[in-house]
Write a protein that binds this ligand. Sequence first.
Ligand code: ADP
Ligand code: MG
Length: 317
Amino acid sequence: MSLIEVLDLHKTYGSTAAVDGLTLSVDEGEVVGILGPNGSGKTTTVECVAGLRRPDGGSVRVAGLNPTSDRRALTRLLGVQLQHAGLQAKLTAREALALYASFYESPVDGADLADRLGIGHKLDERYENLSGGQKQRLAIALALVGKPRIAVLDELTTGLDPRARRGVWEVIEDVRDGGTTVVLVTHFMEEAQRLCDRLVIVAAGRIVAEGSPRDIIGRTGTPTTMSFLPSTPLSERDLVAIPGVTDVHARANGHLDLHLTDPAVLDVLEFLSRHGVIPNGLRVEDSTLDDAFLNLTDTDTASTVPDRELVTDREES
Ligand code: ADP
Ligand code: MG
């Protein structure tokens, strides 16, 4: 049986269906990344897994426990980094780490963990005096200090600078190598590709694609991206009509971006040469996870919903 089982999860706020029939299972030791546009239900989903919200429909099991009714037992297994975490302002980082470590059977050394996350020099600073990025790294440390069997990390490195982000990645890789099961929400494709065994892409409260990063990139059926500035204007419609070309996007500067299959690259070049058009600045590249993400989540509802500011209905806390 899987360590985490989410079955047909539903959660509605007023008239908003935040999660709308989401099914996900995570095996022990797996690192699963949840990606999706703002407002697509990622935080609600991980909060249901962590027992912080009660589902309206469907079921959630974590290590055989019901997260809402078995909160206490779950706490010993689970480390959580919340997107909207708030600690007591006067607590120092060291005190917070000691407090969280006390919830678990075999915690790791908090000072060492803080060091590896680049906040070792801030251990005696009060929470209220930490910068945003330092608070975020402390939240990661608090999620991991108990050496939990399962770590749930919402927006792992959002807001961190590139160096801090890489430091976090190394820590997560260690945790992963130690056998911890990780569910992480991320907006960074490089992060998803580097850390995750499996990705789940959600849009409007449902899973729209699932698989290894490589699978997902291949899923869109357009493994290649081609871009160039045509020497004379071209009709996008003529290019889309070429078999194997799935979409053409004209940038404001006149550059064209095409998604297409590998063989279609030659057909496009042949088309250009037949019409005497020179493809200036021609680039042909493998499609990235970014391309796949944009492709898979390109729904009207997906991109327009703002991220909410604060969690307001923590029924269970
Ligand atoms: P994500 O983490 O993917 O950005 P969320 O799970 O935070 O998405 O939110 C999903 C949807 O539910 C959004 O439309 C959001 O505005 C709404 N929502 C989330 N929490 C609440 C709440 N406490 N009250 C009302 N609406 C909420
Ligand atoms: Mg969120």
